[in-house]
Design a binder for this molecule. Structure first.
Ligand code: ZN
Ligand code: ZN
Length: 99
């Protein structure tokens, strides 16, 4: 999907999305993939402290966790509010982290 940088900014909940790659470091999870709305490559870094515990206590199963990603494709989509600190098209969605 090509990036549609002319798409007007709009806050839009895209629900749970799959196909994102997640990369864990000791204290962050980096989520990468194409925005389901504008198609722009988005990279979103979570600090694990923001998400609660990502790993279960020893001996317990960790349930998959979801976190919200906001499009950060870096394009100046038209109609983005001047006071917005986002740098994408306004779409947001959830990704699930498997253990
Ligand atoms: Zn987008
Ligand atoms: Zn975009």
């Amino acid at each position: 999907m090509a990036h549609d940088s002319a798409l007007k900014w709009a806050e839009e909940d895209r629900g749970l999305q799959t196909g994102f790659t997640t990369e864990r470091t000791s204290d962050t999870v980096i989520v990468r993939g194409a925005c389901p709305r504008c198609g722009g490559e988005t990279e979103w870094t979570f600090r694990t402290g923001d998400m609660g515990s990502l790993s279960a206590p020893a001996g317990q199963d960790a349930r998959p966790q979801t976190a919200t990603v906001i499009c950060s494709c870096g394009s100046a989509h038209p109609d983005r509010p001047a006071d917005s600190d986002e740098d994408g098209c306004g779409a947001f969605w959830k990704v699930r982290f498997e253990r």
